[in-house]
Design a protein. Structure first.
Length: 425
């Protein structure tokens, strides 16, 4: 929203804190750029899954120290990052309030859905038709609201009805009316989910507004506290939803990577392109997911195959079973982190890699088996046969004048039987 309209104090109230994001009593802006509250809030989605809510506070729009291009970049980035955009303004939704949203009509110049094919105008118009698929819910908070919500017949109406009525095109063909109607049209086209919260002043005494962050919450007006709690319920419970791009919910790492992609485009003088940024992020997420999955696989194999309790070779069936369990754990790790159209290709490559590991495991296991068998039979030979080969051994084969070869054959048959009962082959 516009600068010096109490955005940061509103965020602090929604965080349940008297202080948090910086607020001040002067006309100078306290917030620069976009700030994130450092402690995410845990919430539960409609499907029962848990998630973390990140709260962002943006620099005010329309300040003397920044130009309209800078303001548009702030608004564009906030729009791209959030799943619910809370717009804060003072008073009623009149023509001035609609005019203050003029930057909405310029979003087509600052955000792209798809990479340009050369015709910027046509690309922008085509992209605008898809904005609603990527844009957040628009929640309009009307600060210091003091009017009764009634229709033209004096009947009571809900805040959302008031908002939708204010967004209907107005009659008139002068330049100002046409421009405001264009803003209305784009706001309703881009932000198809909308909500309105009229919010009274927190205190009656205007002088106390400058020290609002020092007044205990329970001393604020009950009507104000009721609406703050209603907004909080909407954001944290009834309407909580993940940030979704291309039908994929963002996790923490993909959100951070996407943010970096957008900021890099903005700082280089370009226009953030949602699909290009998303493809780049998902490429990195899939690469990271593959590396993590392979590590999970290797750790499981090390634990089950190479542990101190299992130095020797394993039965083939047991080795295959261990590989299958490690394979399953690795895929679960990959699927929990990977996303996007590239995920299927990366998963196929991962599966081939892990299947190759089975051949490597079998080869290693075979070598272990050979070594183990060699050790067993060598030990048996040294114990049972080698001593009898000496010509100085009175009990040796050479001392047996009648049938030394028969005795040797009996010993060979004996160690063969013992070998087959103890060695892994």
């Amino acid at each position: 929203g516009l600068y010096r309209t109490g955005k940061s104090s509103l965020v602090n109230f929604l965080l349940g804190r008297q202080s948090g994001f910086t607020v001040g009593p002067t006309v100078s802006r306290c917030t620069r750029g976009i700030w994130m509250w450092g402690k995410p809030r845990r919430a539960t989605l409609q499907n029962g899954d848990t998630c973390w809510i990140l709260v962002l506070d943006t620099e005010g729009l329309g300040g003397l120290e920044a130009d309209s291009s800078y303001d548009l970049r702030i608004f564009s980035l906030a729009t791209l990052l959030c799943s619910t955009l809370v717009y804060n303004s003072l008073g009623t939704i009149d023509e001035n309030a609609i005019t203050s949203l003029s930057f909405v009509a310029q979003l087509t110049q600052h955000i792209r859905i798809n990479k340009s094919d050369g015709d910027d105008f046509d690309d922008g118009e085509l992209d605008a038709m898809e904005f609603h698929n990527f844009f957040p819910t628009f929640a309009w908070v009307l600060r210091d609201f003091a009017l009764d919500l009634v229709d033209e017949h004096g009947g009571s109406i809900e805040p959302d009805q008031y908002l939708e009525s204010a967004l209907k095109p107005q009659v008139g063909f002068d330049e100002q009316t046409l421009e405001r109607n264009r803003i209305r049209q784009m706001l309703t086209a881009f932000f198809t989910e909308r909500k309105c919260f009229p919010l009274v002043r927190p205190v009656v005494d205007e002088d106390k507004l400058q020290e609002i962050d020092t007044i205990p919450y329970e001393e604020l007006r009950p009507e104000f506290r009721d609406t703050i709690e209603e907004i909080g319920d909407f954001l944290y419970f009834h309407h909580v939803k993940p940030k979704v791009v291309n039908n994929v919910a963002l996790n923490g790492s993909s959100f951070a990577a996407l943010c970096e992609q957008y900021i890099e485009a903005i700082c280089s003088g370009g226009v953030p392109t949602i699909t290009s940024a998303w493809e780049e992020v998902m490429e990195k997420e899939c690469e990271d997911a593959s590396k993590r999955a392979i590590k999970v696989f290797d750790d499981e194999i090390d634990l089950q195959v190479n542990s101190n309790s299992r130095k020797g070779a394993l039965e083939v069936d047991m080795l295959v079973d261990i590989h299958a369990r490690a394979f399953k754990k690795a895929l679960q790790m990959f699927e929990s982190r990977a996303g996007g159209e590239q995920a299927a290709h990366y998963q196929e490559t991962l599966e081939m890699t892990l299947l190759q590991r089975l051949g490597e495991l079998q080869s290693s296991n075979y070598k272990k088996s050979l070594n183990q068998c060699a050790l067993v039979i060598t030990e048996m030979f040294k114990t049972s046969i080698e001593p009898k080969l000496s010509d100085t051994n009175d009990a040796g084969y050479l001392a047996n004048d009648s049938s030394p070869y028969e005795e040797l054959q009996r010993d060979l048959d004996m160690i063969t039987s013992q070998y087959r009962g103890s060695a892994r082959v």
